[in-house]
Design a protein around this ligand. Structure first.
Ligand code: APR
Length: 225
């Protein structure tokens, strides 16, 4: 089976009702990302950061995967599909996709502030005073701006081996994720599904100028007709 690597961003989950980041003048749910999505912000005002992610987690529990997520699961009938997502939601998992890498962490997990390998499943609010087995404060299992991206090496290796690369709903502005496209081989066809296609045209790119749900329908038709 051919390997399809799918890089997804916030636009993938927009039709499930989760806002993208660059919707409102760079504000994310009313906050400057630097006030809620950096380690410094967490040190400065842990309460605010925890509450911000608690709200995101509560919202996540109320939304469901959209047809786009489900279409990526359907594509597993035809391809070995590897999803590399920048999203911290679990909508690909809930749609049934089997091979998923979360570059920027996962909202429904938390980890120790002292040991990044101490990770717990977590679906309720996270508060000051919630600690690991050694008494260290827990934090969201999120890769904040400026932090290293532990899954990047794996994502690069997958992208190098891709027979087909699909990019859905990402502004391709946030590195290192945005740089992944440079690792695909010169002959690998790239499909971009986005109402506002972001990527430079010097690749072999097929633009599908649609939202994720309709765009993935069109992709399946193009690849299976
Ligand atoms: N379907 C497909 N694409 C959509 C849809 C939709 N329904 N709605 C919006 N888009 C597109 C936009 O045109 C834009 O290109 O999704 C993209 C969203 O871009 P961003 O909000 O920048 O999201 P993303 O690229 O995932 O951001 C990357 O930035 O804030 C950080 O860590 C956070 O993972 C995130 C990273």
């Amino acid at each position: 089976m051919k390997k399809m690597v799918v890089l997804t961003g916030a636009g993938m989950s927009a039709e499930s009702g989760i806002k993208t980041f660059r919707d409102a003048n760079g504000l994310w749910e009313g906050h400057d990302v630097m006030d809620v999505a950096t380690l410094d912000a967490f040190k400065r005002n842990p309460q605010l950061v925890l509450e911000f992610y608690n709200q995101r987690r509560r919202q996540l529990l109320q939304v469901v995967p959209n047809k786009g997520h489900k279409n990526l699961k359907t594509l597993e009938k035809y391809y070995e599909v590897h999803i590399i997502t920048q999203n911290v939601d679990d909508l690909h998992e809930r749609a049934g996709s089997s091979k998923i890498i979360h570059l920027h962490g996962e909202l429904r997990k938390v980890r120790s502030t002292k040991n990044e390998n101490y990770v717990l499943d977590w679906s309720k609010d996270l508060n000051l005073g919630d600690v690991d087995k050694d008494g260290n404060q827990l934090r969201p299992h999120i890769v904040w701006f400026g932090e290293h991206v532990p899954e990047m090496e794996k994502a690069i290796e997958l992208t190098k081996k891709a027979d087909l690369l699909v990019i859905i709903g990402s502004s391709m502005q946030v590195y290192p994720a945005a740089g992944l496209v440079n690792y695909s081989s010169k002959n690998t066809p790239i499909y971009v599904i986005d109402p506002v296609p972001p990527i430079a045209k010097n690749y072999d790119v097929t633009f599908i100028k649609s939202k994720a749900q309709e765009g993935t329908e069109r992709l399946i038709k193009m690849l299976t007709d």
